[in-house]
Write a protein that binds this ligand. Structure first.
Ligand code: SF4
Length: 600
């Protein structure tokens, strides 16, 4: 880390949460939240750079008229053009300390400087709430007053040190908490300097080490925008459970709180009609047909992912807009095979990818991951059959249970593949039994063919293949967002162009998502013989068939399901993301074991 200059705001974040500091400063991960957007709004007003600070020998006439702090108290001090000695957005750096800072405001008077920082929120109150201002009770008056948060003090301390290195004298600093229009004074003394420098050293040590563990049951986590990436409670649940003997003695602190919203509110767009075009108009994504008529107008900010199938045109401007918003764009063939993905150059954790290569290169560790996905897949196949088969022979469930147990004991990947193959043969031999009387013809065709992929010979095989392709695309997106390299897997061997890890990840979800969609869509009559074309290249969905499929697919991905270990509900799409992030946590050693979603 030699030669790196740490931003003092980042160092202050280390005091708030070392893991947050690591994510933001070392891995470059940042997720905006309502709080950060409001904070950015507050800073936009003070961040417009003003003129440079006056030279030290000329700066002696400060104090004429109202001071910047007086104007600041009046509400909008940053817009006053007559504030030549209130320098906004002052950038300072120290090679000696390896530290940089951008001060919201520095009030310069002669050789004296006063740093001023803006915060959109409230100050710290030792009693934890703000007493009513108009109706203040006597008891509340006796309580200690509001005070700056420790992180804010550290930031001001570091700014003061940088100003002193530049030759100024700094004896005090101010924090302005915008939501209460409250200005608090901080004395700059040796104690503050020591505290700030100690935090800087701790931050440098943390940056050179491994990602720190998450805070335990901390009230800061629910408001932290990195929470869906950090997964504090989920990781602590697994980490701390493993630290106790046999999982006993775990107190309720390790039971995950339900911090994630069960679904995202974003739009996942799939475009498949030949000849349509995707462009950008202002802040919207505009989809037009061959004649140039607008078919769809979508707010860009709400789009979470885009998948285009076959001959859909996407303009360079639209691709750039998606890249700016870090929206992954998947390009698939008309049959749903993923051929390329636009992967925005957003934050990517090199630590996770390095760990993936290191860990999966060791056969015994690769086997752990492969075992986890195969066991969960077989358990889910068994559950789907038991739930939907009209007359499942008793031995089938027992055979699948035995395959799952044997997979759990497998000592090589080849042995594991053998158990997976046996289970698949049993499962697909009874798959057609999940289809109802009304689709008997379709069921009979599948029974006669069995599971066949290339080319799919009948409607059920066609829907299964199409569903697996879409699922593999979802898993690739989840891998990318979790900083995983999709081409390096465990169960699936790495081959050029093969998303081996995505294929591994999707194994437990095949029965839960793709197979389930096929069974439900045929049984409900959403898909029927008329939605398929038999060609020399096999049986394929028509345009109308694909449209019907995507209706069922979207609903399934939005369906919420309970996680058996964490005991909260998430949509299937969020489950994929959760599992990708847990795989990343396992690879970097944050959690000791892996288990994939199984349902009852
Ligand atoms: S979720 Fe909690 S532990 Fe994770 S970075 Fe945020 S504050 Fe730190």
């Amino acid at each position: 880390m030699d030669g790196v200059h740490w931003p003092c705001r980042g160092v202050a974040e280390h005091a708030y949460c070392p893991r947050l500091f690591y994510y933001m400063t070392v891995e470059g991960v940042f997720v905006p939240s309502a709080d950060t957007e409001q904070g950015a709004g507050t800073h936009r007003r003070v961040d417009r750079p003003s003129e440079a600070p006056p030279p030290l020998d000329a700066a002696s006439k400060a104090g004429r008229g109202k001071s910047a702090m007086e104007k600041l108290e009046e509400g909008d001090p940053a817009n006053d053009p007559e504030r030549p000695r209130s320098v906004r957005s002052l950038a300072l750096t120290s090679d000696r300390l390896g530290l940089t800072a951008k001060l919201d405001i520095a009030e310069i008077a002669g050789t004296t400087a006063i740093p001023v920082e803006y915060r959109k929120g409230r100050p710290k109150r030792p009693w934890g709430f703000a007493p009513p201002v108009d109706d203040m009770m006597e008891e509340a008056r006796l309580l200690p007053g509001p005070e700056p948060w420790p992180t804010d003090r550290v930031q001001l301390g570091l700014q003061a040190i940088l100003l002193e290195e530049a030759g100024y004298t700094v004896t005090e600093a101010f924090l302005y908490y915008a939501s209460e229009r409250l200005k608090l004074r901080v004395v700059v003394d040796d104690a503050l300097r020591r505290e700030a420098l100690a935090e800087l050293e701790a931050a440098k040590r943390a940056a050179a080490g491994e990602r720190p563990p998450p805070l335990v049951n901390d009230p800061r986590c629910p408001r932290c925008s990195l929470q869906p990436i950090c997964l504090p409670d989920e990781i602590n649940h697994q980490r701390l459970t493993a630290l106790t003997v046999g999982g006993e003695g775990v107190d309720e602190q390790t039971t995950p709180r339900k911090l994630w919203p069960p679904r995202d509110d974003g739009i996942h767009v799939v475009l498949q009609r030949e000849g349509i075009r995707v462009g950008v108009r202002g802040q919207s994504i505009c989809v037009t047909d061959k004649e140039g008529q607008v078919v769809r107008d979508l707010p860009l900010a709400n789009v979470e992912s885009l998948a285009v199938l076959g001959g859909v045109q996407v303009s360079t401007q639209a691709l750039t807009a998606f890249a700016d918003q870090e929206v992954p764009v998947a390009f698939l063939t008309a049959a749903g095979r993923l051929v390329a993905m636009m992967d925005p150059l957003g934050p990517t954790s090199a630590a996770v990818r390095a760990a993936q290569v290191r860990v999966l290169d060791r056969p015994e560790r690769a086997l752990e991951l492969a075992r986890a996905v195969v066991v969960a897949k077989i358990v889910n196949q068994r559950t789907l059959l038991m739930r939907n088969h009209a007359s499942l022979p008793g031995r089938v469930a027992a055979d699948l249970q035995e395959s799952a147990s044997a997979a759990e004991r497998a000592v090589t990947i080849d042995e594991l593949r053998g158990h997976e193959g046996n289970a698949a043969a049993t499962y697909f031999a009874h798959f057609a039994g999940m289809l109802k009387e009304g689709v008997k013809e379709i069921a009979l065709r599948f029974d006669a063919n069995g599971r066949r992929r290339r080319p799919p010979p009948d409607p059920v095989n066609a829907v299964l293949s199409f569903g697996y392709s879409m699922l593999s695309n979802e898993c690739t997106v989840a891998c990318r967002l979790a900083s995983l390299e999709p081409t390096i897997g465990a169960l699936h061997a790495t081959r050029p162009g093969r998303p081996a890890l995505s294929l591994d990840m999707m194994e437990p979800f095949r029965p839960l998502i793709a197979d389930s969609i096929a069974v439900a869509a045929f049984n409900r009559g959403e898909l029927s013989e008329g939605h398929f074309l038999d060609t020399a290249a096999g049986c394929a969905l028509t345009d109308a068939g694909r449209k019907a499929f995507f209706g069922a697919y979207g609903r399934r991905m939005d369906t919420e399901v309970r996680h058996p270990a964490f005991d909260y509900r998430l949509s299937y799409r969020r489950m994929l993301m959760l599992h990708a992030r847990l795989v990343a946590a396992w690879l970097v050693g944050e959690i000791p074991t892996l288990a994939f979603l199984t349902t009852r």
